[in-house]
Write a protein that binds this ligand. Structure first.
Ligand SMILES: Cc1cc2nc3c(=O)[nH]c(=O)nc-3n(C[C@H](O)[C@H](O)[C@H](O)COP(=O)(O)OP(=O)(O)OC[C@H]3O[C@@H](n4cnc5c(N)ncnc54)[C@H](O)[C@@H]3O)c2cc1C
Length: 600
């Protein structure tokens, strides 16, 4: 895929090898460290301004926080309580852009009900808040792309959400927000950046910085798949490593330019029929917010908000986290949930800004960009919804330092791969179903995941009709999607396919075990695995599932962390402050307590 195209690059083992050669050979204007939503966004922003750009990610694209969020693209109703209208308006403008221009195939509207538990004052309070929310989304010069809110009586609310406990509500406010498949979004950002000419590689970990005097001139990295060391030269290095920012800061002498606090958020996945509602539900909790979010044939229930000092690579959910969420949901639900209803569990870590630091240029209350030494830009904080603004601000800092006449950010006009032509294909979905022989529901599923790249999957099916069959044991997904994950989407291991290209790991009660051998067989070809490698991958995935299940029986975070950490990543990531071999961070210490009032 050449530079200058809007097409998605094909990310496969060959393109990774080619990117690694380029990374070792070229001096880049910008090298981005970290392939979460922020880093992938920085790479796209930089490359579409005409800068030569590289991106390295230590694990899988989106393998950190950016695949473990509540998956909402939202303004954050709670900021209204802090009267932070600017922040809400900014995020709502991003919501419109993502829904309408940048990724209409990946971001979609989602209805919510905010149940009221008191009489008049609460209705007036919440009603005013949601009116402001809707109005702010209009007033930025963009249409909000979503219907407005409306008030419901108790009877009206129970009609929309009959699963709510009658005694728990006095009425509700109905409003709209948006949701995204967070992991697929990051991958699509990375593919789009690569399509414009960025050199991107996963499983490449930065272990140190190249320096000339005080100036950072690149990074020392390791290809974790082979152990090979690579020096990558760059005029500006952008650190976008989220909760790992401290590790990179330590490489420039531990100067605390950005102070981050790490907070764990857990989500549960339960089948759709366990909660009788045609809309999502959001409710206030003493500590945070409870979301019950529609997610295909499931609900996502979240989230917790507790300080975390365990492993950053595999944060573990404990029994206490799961029981807490079930308990919170059951305060609202007529038919209580039990642990048996939980199909999947995932935990993520929020990179929260903690206090001001010297020389930090604070660009909003949520994210910061800092320039601790020449050649290095740090960007951190923020939330998924505003990643594009974080990326823009980081590249502005890069351009300033480069003394290069680069144009301003244009990512508000750069649709992601699969966005162009999506609407036309959606309208033609019945015709696509006829010509491919697949059911129209399957075509819709594909369009919502791949947009206008869907014909690439249909080509696979046309060439090998058995790929048009569902995966045994995970029949929401076609076999073609599994092959495509490895041949086009940069998946390198089973966890990449089951956890992020698809969500089989959390959408099947056995966490994908029944589908494992079939999936390994499907990706062995594109990834050039021999039978020994395939067997090793399967055994490793099984061990990971066993450790995860056991960790979710542990009562404390410390125990859950120790159990989950007994099975490291298949390609272990080591960093400053992480102990080798067992995946457990060196800093693991006391048992975290609940933190009040902070959730995205
Ligand atoms: C529970 C929870 C719910 C959330 N819900 C929402 C929501 O609904 N809406 C919303 O807008 N926001 C939400 N957020 C916030 C949002 O998810 C995060 O702000 C965002 O994903 C952070 O992205 P990031 O790119 O900064 O970090 P990450 O996604 O963590 O990316 C950092 C990457 O850097 C890589 N890396 C680290 N060290 C190195 C190294 N040495 N070399 C190379 N690579 C390295 C890591 O592997 C990782 O992939 C939520 C967060 C949490 C935890």
């Amino acid at each position: 895929m050449g530079a200058g195209g809007a097409d998605a690059a094909r990310l496969d083992p060959d393109s990774r090898s080619a990117a690694l050669s380029e990374l070792a050979r070229t001096e880049f204007q910008v090298l981005v460290v970290g392939g979460g939503v922020v880093g992938a966004g920085v790479a796209l922003d930089a490359v579409t301004r005409g800068l030569s750009t590289g991106l390295v990610e230590a694990r899988d694209f989106g393998g950190g926080t950016s695949s473990r969020s509540s998956k909402l693209i939202h303004g954050g109703l709670r900021y209204l309580e802090q009267l932070n209208f600017g922040l809400v308006r900014e995020a709502l403008a991003e919501r419109s852009l993502l829904l309408e221009t940048i990724a209409p195939h990946l971001v979609r509207p989602v209805p919510f009900l905010f149940p009221l538990t008191h009489r008049l004052w609460e209705r007036a309070y919440v009603g005013t808040g949601v009116t402001v929310y809707d109005t702010l989304s209009l007033s930025f010069g963009h249409s909000r792309g979503l219907p407005g809110h409306h008030q419901l009586s108790r009877r009206g609310a129970l009609k929309v959400a009959p699963g709510l406990k009658r005694s728990a509500i006095t009425g509700a406010v109905a409003y709209w927000d948006a949701q995204v498949d967070d992991a697929r979004y990051v991958l699509t950002l990375a593919r789009t950046a690569a399509g414009y000419g960025a050199q991107v590689a996963s499983r490449v970990q930065v272990r140190g910085l190249l320096r000339e005097g005080e100036r950072v001139t690149g990074v020392r990295a390791v290809d974790l798949e082979t152990g090979a060391e690579i020096g990558i030269r760059a005029q500006q290095v952008v650190n976008a490593t989220g909760v790992w920012t401290d590790e990179i800061q330590a490489m420039v002498g531990g100067r605390g330019m950005i102070n981050l606090r790490v907070s764990k958020g857990v989500h549960l996945i339960v089948p759709k029929d366990r909660v009788h509602s045609s809309t999502g539900i959001i409710a206030r909790t003493p500590d945070s917010v409870l979301f019950i979010i529609p997610w295909g044939r499931y609900w996502i229930i979240g989230t917790t908000d507790t300080d975390w000092v365990g492993s950053k690579t595999e944060p573990a959910a404990s029994r206490a986290d799961i029981d807490y969420l079930i308990g919170r949901a059951n305060r609202l639900l007529k038919t209580p949930l039990t642990r048996d209803d939980v199909v999947g569990v995932y935990a993520g870590l929020r990179p929260l800004l903690a206090g001001d630091s010297e020389s930090t240029s604070r660009l909003s209350r949520e994210h910061v960009v800092a320039h601790p030494v020449p050649g290095l830009v740090l960007v951190a904080g923020g939330k998924y919804t505003t990643y594009r603004l974080m990326a823009r601000d980081a590249v502005d800092a890069v351009v300033h330092a480069l003394d290069w006449r680069a144009p301003p950010s244009c990512t508000d006009r750069v649709p992601l791969a699969g966005a162009d032509g999506y609407l036309a294909l959606w309208n033609a979905r019945h015709r696509l179903a006829d010509s491919s022989g697949l059911h129209v529901a399957r075509i819709e599923h594909l369009l919502r995941r791949y947009g206008s790249l869907t014909p690439e999957l249909l080509d696979l099916v046309a060439a090998e009709p058995s790929l048009g069959q569902p995966v045994t044991g995970a029949d929401d997904y076609l076999r073609a999607e599994i092959v495509y994950a490895a041949s086009h989407e940069g998946a390198r291991h089973l966890d990449d396919v089951l956890g992020r290209r698809t969500h089989i790991a959390v959408e099947t009660p056995d966490r994908g075990l029944a589908a494992l051998e079939e999936i390994a067989g499907l990706i062995a070809g594109p990834l050039r695995w021999n039978s020994r490698q395939a067997a090793r991958e399967v055994a490793h995935y099984r061990a990971g599932v066993a450790a995860e299940r056991a960790s979710q029986e542990a009562v404390t975070d410390a125990d859950a962390n120790a159990i989950r950490g007994s099975v490291p990543d298949i390609v272990p990531v080591l960093g400053v402050g992480e102990a080798s071999g067992n995946g457990v961070d060196a800093g693991l210490g006391g048992v975290p307590g609940r933190v009040r009032g902070r959730s995205h």
